[in-house]
Design a protein around this ligand. Structure first.
Ligand code: OAD
Ligand code: ZN
Length: 265
């Protein structure tokens, strides 16, 4: 891609955003790559030393809850060191711009990430489809503690930790393979997708469903799809504007252009 082509695509993306009332950004592991958190399907993926089914499935948890907790505590330690990068910060700026430029304008981030970095960057409208690493819940659905609670512990006296109300094992508040997504999150996400004038897809391979329906729903209802990725993804075939590049470089450029177009500082 030449510099001129890149500049044109950035202008095109910014034009779409400025002319939209409802915009969502659908993000995946790629947006956090520049914060030092490895992606799933890339080389050096997070699952490297573990088999996914052992540490991220209900069956794995049943078989060896201690191993699952060791894995997630390791991830907590890694994520605790990570900070939002310019890609996250650009999306936070975009939310502010939308808030300030019209009553009916809405900007939401819908993320598959569990690392909390969108919220740390300052986004308030965030839908977490796959949970959040900093929340824990009781594995007994009948227990009051089955409602997720904030839990920043990196070590426990006993692994797996037990619920202090009912004594069942606690579990990380993340979605595992073969598990349904949180009902509210997916409902809200699909509703937003169906009213979105534009969806900015960032750093996702787009192969994990139901999350990956989001850009298709938006497209079907007439929304424009803008995509940013370092390589083509499963979603690229429906993208109206595909910008090949790093999220931390491309997103700030788009936001800069948006600000020029609407004349804010
Ligand atoms: P993947 O690891 O499948 O995909 C990461 C995407 O980010 C790839 O398309 C990369 O090309 C792209 N990428 C890498 N670095 C980038 C950068 N600096 N800028 C822009 N793009 C970049 O991660 P996800 O699509 O998020 O689910 O994976 C989806 C789900 O699969 C995860 O949420 C997780 C996993 O199974 C659960 O845990 C339920
Ligand atoms: Zn309990």
């Amino acid at each position: 891609m030449s510099i001129e082509e890149l500049a044109d695509l950035i202008k095109e993306a910014a034009n779409i955003i400025v002319n939209s009332e409802v915009v969502i950004s659908f993000t995946g592991a790629g947006i956090s790559a520049e914060s030092g958190i490895p992606t799933f399907r890339g080389s050096g993926g997070l699952w490297e030393n573990y088999r996914v089914e052992d540490v991220a499935s209900p069956e794995g948890f049943k078989k060896n809850p201690k191993l699952v907790w060791e894995f997630y505590l390791e991830r907590r330690k890694k994520i605790a060191k990570a900070k939002p990068n310019p890609g996250h910060l650009a999306l936070a700026e975009l939310e502010k711009i939308f808030e300030e430029t019209g009553e009916n304008r809405k900007f939401y981030v819908i993320t598959q990430n569990i690392d909390n970095l969108h919220k740390e960057a300052g986004n308030k409208n965030v839908i977490e489809l796959h949970g959040n690493i900093w929340y824990t819940r009781c594995s007994n659905p009948a227990c009051e503690n089955s409602k997720p609670f904030l839990d920043k512990k990196m070590e426990y006296e006993e692994l797996p930790p037990r619920c202090d109300i009912c004594g069942s094992y606690l579990r990380p508040h993340v979605v595992w393979f073969n598990e349904p997504l949180p009902q509210d999150a997916i409902n809200d996400a699909f509703a937003l997708a169906s009213e979105a004038d534009a969806v900015i897809v960032v750093g996702t391979s787009g192969v994990v469903f139901p999350a990956a329906y989001i850009p298709y729903i938006a497209k079907e209802r007439g929304g424009k799809v803008i995509e940013i990725n370092i390589e083509p993804s499963a979603i690229t075939k429906i993208s109206d504007v595909f910008i090949m590049g790093k999220a931390g470089i491309v997103l700030p450029e788009i936001v800069k252009r948006v600000k020029e177009l609407i004349g804010v500082e």
